[in-house]
Design a protein around this ligand. Structure first.
Ligand code: NAP
Length: 288
């Protein structure tokens, strides 16, 4: 199997690179070899590579910055994936792409299903939704995996920040009104590898859009408490109290959905694969 991995140094891309290597020949690229802000160059790259599968781990993920960089977010998150879909269709390749819980507005009050109405509240969410729609319109064989609250210990993430705060401050104030599925990037990458290990035809027969995120959901406050409890260096923490706060107390350029947890049952039933419970994955991640 020849795999073209786009975005090899992001949280997910780095884990994907490791997980995909045993499956065949992997060509892994990142900026500046590819620049999704200029997606035309991608056509050449894809044609020259002639892969069986394109795995797109690139994205514009700066949620707040996107509010003032609408065009760039839209190019990277929508125009570039659209081009990947067109090119993969031409060469008969499968496209695996990742999207976000931020395509929803958080008003539903229970975990979102794949066919629930989308209504992004911010530019990032809108650009990712446009990317999904472009792939669906242009693409032939694609998997869009909507995920949520992705973290790794290698890059700046909520988990790394909470560990840092816990060692620097006696009091932490963390929002308890944002709720979703904490998802360790490695688990997402491993599941992607497991899907492809069954063969491209198996994957193509199950093409479509699925939710795939850590099992269960939590508020950022619950998540932070669990991070600090599992911290291997917890005896060196300075933190004495963790207080609940509300999102409105931390004004940010981008509005975020409050309850954006994803229901991942369709994926589990279709692929007979299950993400670990988020607390178990977190325990493995912080001990890694
Ligand atoms: N992080 C989350 O909480 C979260 C939640 C839901 C869904 N997702 C989705 O999950 C997927 C993976 O996210 P992630 O957390 O792994 O993101 P990430 O760590 O921000 O990685 C994104 C990757 O895209 C690359 N990239 C950005 N602009 C580029 C450009 N112009 N040309 C080429 N490459 C460029 C980045 O390179 P540089 O590092 O050099 O910029 C990085 O390698 C994305 O589709 C994201 O939308 C993420």
């Amino acid at each position: 199997m020849h795999i073209l991995l786009l975005g090899k140094i992001g949280q997910l891309g780095w884990e994907l690179h490791r997980c995909l290597l045993p499956l065949g020949e992997v060509q892994a690229l990142d900026y500046p070899e590819i620049d999704l802000a200029r997606p035309e160059g991608l056509r050449e790259v894809i044609r020259a590579s002639a892969p069986d599968v394109i795995v797109n781990a690139t994205a514009y993920t700066a949620v707040d910055k996107a509010e003032s960089e609408h065009d760039l977010a839209s190019t990277i998150n929508a125009a570039a994936p659209a081009m990947m879909a067109e090119e993969s269709k031409k060469i008969g390749a499968m496209l695996i792409h990742y999207s976000t819980d931020y395509v929803f507005d958080g008003e539903k009050g229970s975990p979102y299903l794949e066919n629930d109405i989308t209504h992004p509240l911010n530019v990032y969410g809108a650009s990712k939704l446009a990317g999904e729609q472009a792939i669906q319109a242009a693409g032939d064989s694609y998997l869009i995996l909507r995920t949520a609250w992705v973290y790794s210990l290698r890059r700046d993430s909520f988990v790394k920040k909470v560990l840092q705060w816990g060692h620097q401050n006696e009091t932490l104030r963390i929002v308890d009104d944002q709720i979703s599925n904490p998802t360790w990037a490695r688990m997402l990458a491993e599941i992607t590898g497991l899907i492809l290990a069954r063969g491209i035809e198996h994957t193509k027969e199950r093409k479509g859009l699925y939710h795939l995120a850590g099992d269960g959901f939590a508020s950022r406050l619950d998540w932070a408490k669990q991070i600090l409890e599992l911290d291997p260096n917890r005896y060196e923490q300075r933190v004495k109290e963790i207080l609940p706060a509300s999102t409105s107390e931390f004004p940010a350029p981008a509005q975020r959905p409050l309850f954006s947890a994803l229901n991942c049952e369709l994926f589990s039933k279709t692929f007979e694969l299950q993400m670990p419970v988020w607390q178990d994955a977190l325990a493995r991640a912080v001990a890694d």
